[in-house]
Ligand binder design. Structure first.
Ligand SMILES: Nc1ncnc2c1ncn2[C@@H]1O[C@H](COP(=O)(O)OP(=O)(O)OP(=O)(O)O)[C@@H](O)[C@H]1O
Ligand SMILES: [Mg+2]
Length: 331
């Protein structure tokens, strides 16, 4: 029989052992080079284990520096303590982007019987306070609640949100509410009102960009699990790390590069991921990154970008031509 044959695809699967390991949402068992940050965050949260209020923390660092991964792994460790009094709420503010939505999500997570919609903010807030104050029926009152607000800069009424959550501690007779805010926006702190700034930034942590050596370590750790033995050359890893080090030490970029390179090797029915595949994947990764950034911009900014692009700015134009349709319909 002529035409395409399945033999061409027989090699597929030879490259990856488990591709999901390279996905941006995967949190590895051990986070390399973040021991100090992990310990710092654990220190800020530790009071809840002694039934005291955790410190508020503001975590800042450029994209791909492990803020989300580190925080999630610390939350996991805290949950493993199996202390019923401690309640952690992790929220990505791209989805929960107002004070109302944040409180509503917390209430619907922990009190699913309470009707989801139609309450005024005041009703939600009172309900929330009641829940924090209530004990577990063991004679000790109050809960230790920790909100983790990832990408917190997206919240529209951020000053009100921070004010409400920190002010809750004055309204509570028992228990406490703490707040961990995460952002990669340098200017966020300056944009906050003095009052909410001092509440949120009780403790501050800065995640530094990874250097090429650290990125190599991160990639090696992940490649071992994600690829079959001997598939990825050492120099392909080093090259990916070097390129990502030039992209502000972004570990997400480094991992995306390796994933794309693996896919390219698969497509080319090659058995190895070498420098060539990494080099050839750069463009695709840059485009993915640009697309991610543009698709999460507010619509009016997307339109502005489109306008600029159609005015003849060559580099923007390229983007729009290639992703033109998505530009309008995503985000
Ligand atoms: N120290 C590390 N060890 C292993 N993997 C890491 C480490 N730091 C980051 N990563 C991986 O890199 C990717 C990006 O990390 P993460 O999502 O935590 O970045 P971030 O600082 O939250 O970035 P952003 O500001 O864009 O949200 C994830 O896949 C994460 O698992
Ligand atoms: Mg993050």
């Amino acid at each position: 029989m002529g035409g395409p044959s399945f033999d061409e695809f027989a090699g597929a699967g030879a490259i990856f052992r488990n591709k999901d390991i390279l996905s941006p949402t995967f949190v590895p068992e051990t986070l390399l080079f973040r021991e100090e940050e992990t310990r710092g965050l654990m220190g800020a949260l530790a009071p809840v284990l002694r039934n005291q209020k955790a410190k508020n923390v503001f975590i800042y660092g450029k994209t791909g520096t492990g803020k989300t991964a580190t925080t999630r792994s610390v939350l996991k460790k805290l949950d493993e303590q199996k202390n019923e009094r401690i309640k952690t709420v992790y929220l990505n503010c791209r989805i929960y982007d107002t004070r109302y939505k944040v409180l509503q999500k917390c209430i619907s997570d922990f009190q699913p019987d309470f009707a989801k919609t139609g309450h005024s903010f005041v009703v939600l807030y009172d309900k929330f306070l009641d829940w924090v104050q209530d004990g577990l029926g063991d004679g000790v009152k109050g809960k230790r609640v920790v909100f983790v607000l990832d990408e917190v800069d997206v919240v529209g009424d951020l000053d009100s949100l921070i004010y409400t959550l920190s002010r809750a501690n004055d309204d509570l007779k028992e228990g406490s509410v703490s707040l961990i805010g995460i952002s990669n926006k340098v200017d966020l702190k300056q944009k906050l009102e003095a009052r909410s700034r001092s509440s949120l930034c009780e403790d501050e942590m800065v995640f530094k960009p990874y250097d090429a050596m650290q990125l190599q370590g991160i990639l090696k750790q992940r490649a071992k699990q994600a690829f079959n033995d001997g598939v990825v050359s050492e120099s392909a890893i080093n090259l990916s790390a070097a390129i990502a080090a030039g992209e502000n030490g972004d570990a997400r970029y480094a991992l995306a590069l390796l994933l794309r390179a693996g896919e390219l090797a698969e497509k080319r029915a090659s058995k190895k991921v070498s420098d060539k595949e990494v080099e050839d994947s750069r463009r695709a990764v840059d485009e993915d990154k640009a697309f991610d950034i543009i698709s999460t911009l507010p619509e009016h900014q997307q339109l502005l970008l489109y306008t600029l692009a159609t005015m003849g700015n060559v580099s923007y134009k390229k983007l729009v031509e290639e992703n033109g349709e998505q530009l309008y319909f995503s985000g």
